[in-house]
Design a binder for this molecule. Structure first.
Ligand SMILES: [Zn+2]
Length: 279
């Protein structure tokens, strides 16, 4: 819990999904109001550090917005609590909004503004711009503090580890890789992730992540060429050292890669969630 850049505060609220390190929520201060980037977990005891920091460290300034990176519970879960406690409006990616309303709205339409990207949020002397980065989920958003060159990336780029592309939640590997590439044109000088440490070498990190996906894709291409068809067998060959509890996530990654190849006409689906063959 600290001011990590002038007027940008990071508050840790605990570990994330399986294998994900500490979840980071950011509080961005402007001359007129502040905004939360992400809202933390739905449980009230886990929201307490966020509200305490806002009240006691910052003196309860007006909160104009809570901007949500995506629908997962450690990022979007606290929207109703923060809205009720601070009076903030809630913004989230349009494609994730229905799920967030249903799961975390406690029977209300908690999202005030459904974002498609390029919206700006005026905090007085600083502006936050929403950047649409679909891939991890369909409505995934990053938030850019243009004056400081700081990009809040949610799970799109994690401070450590590899993001799981959830095709079962509207995610797409092709979109994810395209959304990584577009970040290179923003000119951000630092990425503040929803999990783990900040990233200072922005373009090198993006290149590394894209190259990791490309290498993994090549492995699936090779397996299909060798006549391996079932996802089970592919996982056995590619994710040998992956602990059992993470294999479900590896399965999501495999399907995301295979679906990308299918969309490109390079693989054919044999049986959904079970098997593919080379095109
Ligand atoms: Zn996530």
């Amino acid at each position: 819990m600290a001011e990590i850049e002038p007027g940008v505060h990071r508050i840790g609220v605990g570990g994330g999904e399986v294998g994900a390190p500490e979840t980071n929520i950011y509080l961005v201060q402007g001359s007129k109001s502040v905004a939360f980037i992400d809202s933390g977990f739905p449980e009230s005891d886990k929201a307490e550090p966020l509200l305490r920091y806002w009240r006691e460290t910052l003196g309860a300034p007006p909160v104009s917005w809570v901007l949500v990176s995506h629908l997962h519970h450690e990022h979007a879960g606290g929207v109703k609590l923060l809205k009720d406690a601070t009076g903030a409006r809630i913004g989230a990616g349009a494609a994730d909004a229905a799920d967030i309303n249903r799961e975390f709205g406690a029977g209300t339409k908690v999202i005030d503004l459904e974002l498609i990207g390029d919206e700006t949020f005026d905090l007085g002397d600083r502006t936050i711009r929403a950047i649409a980065t679909p891939g991890h989920t369909a409505g995934n958003m990053c938030y850019f503090l243009e004056d400081a060159g700081l990009l809040c990336t949610g799970d799109h780029v994690m401070g450590q580890g590899t993001v799981v592309v959830r095709t079962d939640q509207g995610g797409s590997m092709a979109d994810h890789v395209a959304s990584l590439r577009l970040l290179k044109d923003l000119g951000a000088n630092k990425m503040l992730s929803g999990h783990g440490p900040e990233v200072t070498d922005v373009n090198a990190k993006i290149d590394e992540l894209v190259s990791h996906r490309e290498q993994r894709e090549l492995q699936f291409v090779e397996l299909l060429k060798d006549g391996v068809t079932t996802i089970d067998e592919m996982l056995r060959r590619l994710y040998r050292d992956t602990p059992e509890r993470l294999l479900t996530l590896a399965r999501h990654q495999a399907i995301a890669h295979l679906e990308k190849l299918r969309e490109e006409g390079r693989a054919v689906l044999i049986e959904e969630d079970i098997s593919y063959r080379q095109a």
